[in-house]
Design a protein. Sequence first.
Length: 325
Amino acid sequence: MVLVLFSGTLLQAQEYRKVKAKEGQGIYALLRENGLDVTDSYDDFVELNKKSLGADQQLIKGRTYLLPVVSARKSVKDDKTGIFPIFGDNYKKVEFKDDLLQGAVFYIVSGHGGPDPGAMGKKDGHTLCEDEYAYDVALRLARNLLEHNATVNIIVTDPNDGIRDDRYLKCDKDEYCGDRQVMPLNQVKRLKQRTKEINAIYDKYRGSYQRMIELHVDSRYSGQNIDIFFYHHTDSKEGKKLCKTLYNSIKAKYDQHQPSRGYYGTVESRNLYMLKNSRPVGAYIELGNINHELDQKRLVIVDNRQAIANWLTLGLIRDFENSKK
């Protein structure tokens, strides 16, 4: 089958590879299995196959899908890779694709952890723990940023849990702060510990673009569906700009992939501890309501977790570009 594509005034005939979806397979797993970069190929795949996807852009078992064509253009960091065990066996090899974030320094903080699982919900007999899902998205985001040659500091770490492609992530209490610092049970002490870790690193990069991204999952009554929303510190103009840029990135993707859905996230100010006391410009992000059925899909479906990380990455690239103007 030959499809005809229009690109500006260029008319190209292109033959696409076809594959059948397996039971329980998501778009990202299918792309990886077929040797495609998930970040670069996801949007092209959805556009090619939008009439063949199920609800929430899920693959349908046994249905045939078209694979995007890999561009022949090579990046400035072709064939350069690094090994980062924190991402787990399946994701530890990271390809450096380009220098879009060279000189940018990020602090990625997933909420709660250690003795505190954070918000908890139930789905299909499984317990959902906020810290596990926030941590998985945090790792995916950190890995994306590394691909663009950023300096990335992962503040909450787990020696056993890398990036996981499971729907239901096992709740545990073995997370650390930084390099094996045991987390205290007391919330204020835990926040002080993380802030101290971030601020100790901050001085090493004085004068550089530095941003802290803190990821959480909200807990509300089961009937309240919420979109991803953002907090910045009340006195931080740069924090407000950062949150608005991330908001616009998420909204643009919802408008692209689910134009009839609408996006109702918000950007607000709050004097939260880490936003107030951490020295980098910060954004506090709530990913959804762990007790709402639709928001739970945003968490348990691995493609959705990866999509959140990808869309936040795009926003951070834009924020870094804006900082140079």
